[in-house]
Write a protein that binds this ligand. Structure first.
Ligand code: SF4
Ligand code: F3S
Length: 106
């Protein structure tokens, strides 16, 4: 499966959801996750993300391994998102912030 990681938090550009052939993105207030049960590993979403937040599960950075379980958990909690939505007004400001996981809203 593919995994959404920390750079997405408060950026939520949603370019990724438009290309997913199986609609496996689920959207929360300021972050998206991928349902690991539905993802078919096509990889097309990776290049769409302006902040490079999406990784295959075997390449998730060492300091972000917890996002693998986080995607699985929140995919069961949040609704499917399959159409792009406007990003937060301050998304570009947050795109340069690296340590922001405490900003994640569930
Ligand atoms: Fe969707 Fe493919 Fe990305 Fe999986 S790898 S989330 S199936 S676009
Ligand atoms: Fe997040 Fe990147 Fe998609 S910022 S919403 S993973 S395009």
């Amino acid at each position: 499966t593919y995994v959404v990681t920390e750079p997405c938090i408060r950026c939520r550009y949603t370019d990724c959801v438009e290309v997913c052939p199986v609609d496996c993105f689920h959207g929360g207030p300021n972050f998206l996750v991928i349902d690991p049960v539905e993802c078919i590993d096509c990889a097309v979403c990776v290049a769409e993300c302006p902040v490079d937040a999406i990784y295959p599960d075997d390449e998730v950075p060492a300091d972000q391994q917890d996002f693998i379980a986080l995607n699985a958990r929140l995919a069961n909690q949040w609704p499917v998102i399959s159409r792009a939505e406007p990003p937060p007004d301050d998304a570009d400001d947050w795109s340069v912030v690296t340590a922001k996981r405490e900003q994640l809203s569930e």
